[in-house]
Design a binder for this molecule. Sequence first.
Ligand code: PEP
Length: 250
Amino acid sequence: MPKKFIVGNWKMHGSIESVDALLSGLSLMGADAGSVAVCPPFVFIPAAISALKGTGVSVGSQNVSAYDQGAYTGEISAGMLSQLGCKYAIIGHSERREQWLESDQQLAAKFVSAQAKGLTPILCLGESIEQREAGGALAFVERQLRSVVDIVGIESLSLAVIAYEPVWAIGTGKTASPDQAQEMHAHIRSVLAELSDEVAEKVQILYGGSVNAANAAELFSRQDIDGALVGGASLKVDDFASIIAAAKAV
Ligand code: PEP
């Protein structure tokens, strides 16, 4: 299994000044190549790429268009992001699924488009609190996963990252327990293993949902938790650095 991978999702936060300060902190942090990425809002991506060059911290986007180019007002294509130097694209974050009603089919198209331009998709999956309380979390996440895999093909998952993010844990301060997260990660891996042992073994499955400096180490100690997708805590250099250190220490 490859080393742990920590990704910061800045969401729609920041100003020129605050991003400048955050990038200065990140550039001094020191990271092993391939172990850390940050996903700023689109407009700050060029600044992030320039400030983080040679630091080991890669840059990704929080979304990507399913289209290559054309009359798609407001869209940003995978080719554009790739040309800037982006390495990753978050696809299917629950905020996009819920507020922009992105369907599994649309997400699969984004996934294909990202990979075609050399971006590694970070595919987000996760159940609502109602689904978990009704005992349907595993089945729901499995359905989300299969809907995309059926379209993109199992082999393409070997060049992707999966993020399990229970919707009820995102930005709420409520983290899934390490047992809950491990159970879901193992289930995701077993679904993939039905199709390809090799892909199941290789794919990194990150946990996301109120990860912070205090809970990261215990989450990372679980066998199938290969890192984290971090929202709020990625906006504070010290907190983000502690999460990265916890990942490195496992
Ligand atoms: C996220 O935005 O993907 C996320 C997990 O946010 P937070 O860490 O703030 O819960």
